[in-house]
Design a protein around this ligand. Structure first.
Ligand code: AOF
Ligand code: ZN
Length: 347
């Protein structure tokens, strides 16, 4: 690894500390290095608050009396192109220019319309040395949700389910039966805290009566979404308890009741996943976990509307049951989680 990629890796690790707190903004990390040593670090901590570069430069100012002088001989590493626009904060490119930092190393370009190359252009016009594309693949992966939202106008879609070793998803009698172990359950709660929204179908809402909140780890609760064509879900369900913002996709009406947002979809029987994802996009939902059941999962698979599938396999063999969804994809990883096996696929 070159020095540039070592410092960029550190910036990526910093960016990840913002997971779950910055959406729909990207996760961004920044490192200031002088003479091969890190002298300042920062990351975008919370949506609406200061950007990574601001925090990293401030970190240098807080720690060094001669910060002004040091910055003039430093390199700043940023996982994403510094912004060029007046958003909630002034442009980071201007801040870098103001502090006379001569060299800027960037992970990847920011596709957001108000930036998209304009940050790099500002820096070049100011006579800076700008290096782009250091650990680019990793930086694109880091903000895969943000890039999907901007480039595909839909949230990043994570399919998640559990199945027995012999491929069963649920019992045939419409009862709930737990498949995975405690470790997997905790991990799923961790995932819920990291994504914006969790979607389930009507049968899952009734049979499992899920709360779709984060109980087993610390973290924020996601928004919830449920498909309920005829608005037939019993109102006492946990999902409808008005404790978290909840979208109810239906074929009847749009209205808002407390935290429950009813969204009607005209053509409910065709392209339902497309309509749902577009509506979630309009609500600024950047990522969604589809947690079941089989029909809902399979409809996203059929329309090729998924970015990741996270499948738990237990060690159990059942005599019979409902078959798990069928999916084809590239296996990214396989790990043991307690006694279960977690496989991650990408299209
Ligand atoms: C950066 N550094 O740390 C982040 C950037 O609404 P604002 O002002 O917070 O701007 C949000 C946009 O700025 C966001 O959509 C993305 O394009 C960029 N995010 N840029 O230079 C950062 N978080
Ligand atoms: Zn910025």
């Amino acid at each position: 690894m070159t020095n540039d990629s070592i410092f960029m890796q550190r910036a990526i690790d910093l960016a990840l500390l913002g997971a779950g707190s910055v959406s729909p903004n990207p996760m961004v990390g920044a490192v200031v290095a002088h003479d091969g040593q890190i002298i300042g670090e920062g990351y975008h901590k919370k949506y609406g608050e200061s950007h990574a570069e601001v925090n990293a430069i401030q970190n240098v100012i807080d720690n060094f009396k001669n910060a002004d002088h040091l910055l003039k001989q430093s390199t700043i590493y940023v996982t994403l192109e510094p912004c060029a626009h007046y958003g909630k904060t002034p442009p980071c490119a201007d801040l870098i220019i103001k502090h006379c930092i001569p060299r800027i190393v960037i992970g990847c370009r920011d596709p957001f319309d108000s930036v998209n190359g304009k940050g790099i252009e500002k820096l070049l016009i100011a006579g800076k040395e700008v290096i782009t594309g250091v650990l680019e693949t990793e930086c694109l992966e880091l903000n895969r949700r943000f890039f999907t939202q901007i480039q595909k106008q839909r949230p990043y879609v994570i399919l998640k389910w559990a199945q027995t070793a012999n491929g069963f998803f649920a019992p045939e009698n419409h009862q709930q039966r737990w498949i995975t172990g405690k470790e997997s359950k905790i991990l799923v709660h961790q995932w819920r805290a990291e994504e914006d929204c969790i979607l389930v179908g009507k049968n899952t809402a009734i049979i499992d009566n899920p709360q779709l909140n984060v109980r087993l780890v610390k973290g924020k609760n996601p928004k919830r979404a449920v498909i309920d064509k005829n608005l037939a879900l019993p109102p006492h369900l946990n999902l409808l308890d008005n404790k978290q913002e909840t979208f109810i996709f239906n074929a009847i009406e749009s209205k808002i009741v407390g935290k429950n947002k009813y969204i009607s979809i005209e053509d409910f029987d065709h392209f339902l996943p497309q309509y749902i994802l577009y509506q979630l996009y309009l609500q600024d939902v950047q990522s969604v976990i589809v947690e079941g059941g089989v029909t809902t999962l399979q409809s996203f698979i059929k329309h090729n509307l998924w970015d990741e599938a996270r499948i738990f396999y237990s060690e159990d063999y059942w005599e019979n049951g409902i078959n798990a969804p069928t999916i084809k994809g590239n296996q990214i990883s396989t790990d043991k989680v307690g006694s279960d096996t977690l496989t991650i696929l990408k299209p």
